[in-house]
Design a protein around this ligand. Structure first.
Ligand SMILES: NC(=O)C1=CN([C@@H]2O[C@H](COP(=O)(O)OP(=O)(O)OC[C@H]3O[C@@H](n4cnc5c(N)ncnc54)[C@H](O)[C@@H]3O)[C@@H](O)[C@H]2O)[C@@H](O)CC1
Ligand SMILES: [K+]
Length: 511
């Protein structure tokens, strides 16, 4: 479970690595890539003896396809290679791979053939990789549509053709892979936006390259390894005062539930005391199904809090704005969500107060809230989610999670993380409030802000994944249920961390 973290590199950085390595690499990177892809393919279709179709494009991605074809043919598999470009215009390495394939007895067809009677064992997309420069149209779009229609496993080399490897945006017709073998390192576009829908299962083939030794890492996939140091057992001699006082500010008329959900999430994640300040003047004074929560009027939250979340059901009326301004002045870790973000997006005084804070600030926008903060529309945020998250983090000197498929965590010093847990069943009312509660709960328990955010984001999705495995969701999953599951997953992590000798505290000898 605590496997090491995995680096993510944008295309520019992958190119930098390649440029440094290509001149001296032996065997060549293309040879390594094609061989690794062939090995993945063999594993994938052990039980499918039919022929393999490999569609090769006009660049080095096509070169990977030729190497793969040669390797598979040499391993005794029947291979059909489709290649429509002019061989003399291939880049040098791909031209060599093409020649080597032909020299080994391989043959090439210039149009995509019809499937044999027993179907293909596997179809392979080696059309375009990180060199995709424009939307896929015309002949290649036709090929991709035909490949997508095959009732066989579909494997993409490096990146599904048509998918922007940096943003996860499909550019024109896009290959829909069931498996993607990607080279050197993960790319952000495989993990966020539409990327996961087009990549299927991802296999990273590092090609014996230690990428961080060549280009510093700025992006990482979120894994428990990143926050394992804080998964510590509680001392037996403890009391609730040690585990923090969290405040939730929100719950305006008609939206009391949002604040209660956040409060419950903080409570169920182990916060010592949770206070919920409601703006609804007719709001309840007790949550009968969760009487442990201490409900207050919004202005009456305690002065001494370990961490505060502002936003769930807050509304945007002047009263909410005044409370937010006061909260920004509190010297405690702050989580800002929902209407707190909408208010900040349009009010320069609030923006200044946020940027001036010394205690950590965590912002949790979904794409529409991020768009309001950036003064653009949702499509522009989704067109480059990584850039949007980094820009909000930079402007507001805050940690940011841009929610959605492949949530992105960005730091003010330009590092970033992409989360892989969770599923579409989480696109439902109240889920964001639960995340806010998980973050503020860990902050209240003295977790450092970056670790708290990474852990909460990963936990939120992992809880929903656990429920889906039990048949609770994806359809019909409710936010309340994820709170219960998050507690279970988190305690599982704690148990696992104690088993792991690297972070178990030394045992006292028994005398
Ligand atoms: N450079 C290297 O030595 C290595 C490259 N590798 C592979 O090479 C890929 C990158 O190679 P390239 O930079 O040659 O790029 P690609 O092979 O991804 O594509 C570039 C080619 O496609 C054309 N093209 C781009 N978009 C198009 C579109 N929409 N419609 C029609 N034609 C389009 C370009 O004009 C160019 O000919 C990686 O993704 C990876 O698969 C790996 O073999 C590792 C080593
Ligand atoms: K490809």
């Amino acid at each position: 479970m605590f496997s090491t973290a995995q680096s993510i590199y944008p295309v520019r950085a992958i190119r930098e690595i390649e440029d440094q390595l290509i001149p001296s690499a032996k065997p060549s990177l293309m040879e390594r890539a094609g061989r690794a892809a062939a090995e993945d393919a063999v594993r994938l279709i052990l039980d499918r003896p039919a022929a393999i179709l490999i569609a090769c494009g006009p660049g080095n991605n096509g070169g990977d396809g030729f190497v793969m074809a040669r390797q598979l043919a040499q391993a005794g598999r029947e291979v059909v290679v489709a290649f429509a470009a002019a061989p003399e215009r291939l880049p040098a390495e791909a031209a060599k791979a093409h020649a080597d394939y032909l020299a080994a007895g391989g043959t090439i067809v210039s149009d995509l053939p019809a499937a044999p009677a027993n179907g293909w064992a596997l179809v392979v997309d080696a059309l375009f990789g990180i060199g995709l420069a424009r939307p896929v149209e015309g002949r290649y779009a036709g090929w991709i549509n035909a490949l997508n229609a095959q009732p066989a496993p579909r494997m993409a080399l490096d990146v599904p053709s048509g998918l922007d490897a940096d943003t996860g945006q499909p550019l024109g017709t896009t290959f829909r892979a069931t498996h993607t073998t990607t080279f050197i390192a993960l790319k952000p576009g495989l993990l966020t936006n539409d990327g996961p829908d087009y990549c299927g299962e991802i296999s990273v083939q590092r090609l014996d390259i230690e990428a961080p030794a060549w280009v510093p890492v700025r992006g990482q996939a979120i894994r428990p390894a990143l926050f394992r140091a804080h998964l510590r057992p509680r001392p037996r001699n403890t009391h609730k005062g040690i585990h923090g006082d969290a405040g939730i500010l929100g719950g305006n008329t008609g939206m009391v539930g949002a604040a209660l959900l956040a409060g419950r999430a903080a409570l169920w994640l182990g916060t010592g005391r949770v206070y919920v300040g409601l703006l609804d003047e007719y709001g309840p004074s007790v949550d009968c199904s969760q009487p442990e929560l201490m409900l207050r009027r919004a202005h009456a939250l305690p002065e001494r809090l370990s961490a505060l979340a502002v936003g769930p059901g807050l509304g945007t009326q002047p009263a909410a704005e005044g409370l937010l301004a006061a909260a920004l002045g509190r010297p405690v870790p702050l989580v800002l969500d929902a209407d707190a973000l909408n208010l900040i997006g349009t009010d320069s005084a609030l923006q200044s107060a946020l940027a001036a804070r010394e205690a950590p600030s965590v912002l949790t926008p979904h794409p529409a809230e991020a768009a309001r903060m950036l003064g653009c529309d949702t499509a522009c945020v989704q067109a480059d989610r990584l850039h949007a998250a980094l820009e909000i983090a930079r402007r507001h000197r805050a940690l940011v999670v841009l929610k959605g498929c492949g949530s992105i965590v960005a730091t003010p010093d330009e590092r970033w993380f992409i989360n892989g847990t969770g599923h579409p069943g989480m696109a439902t009312a109240g889920m964001g409030d639960v995340l806010t509660g998980l973050v503020v709960g860990l902050l209240a328990q003295s977790w450092p802000a970056e670790s708290a955010l990474l852990a909460a984001v990963h936990l939120h999705g992992a809880a929903a994944d656990r429920l889906a495995r039990e048949g609770i969701g994806p359809v019909g999953l409710t936010a309340s249920e994820t709170i219960d599951a998050a507690r279970g997953v988190f305690n599982g992590w704690l148990i696992e961390a104690q088993r792991d000798p690297r972070i178990t505290p030394p045992q006292r000898p028994i005398r």
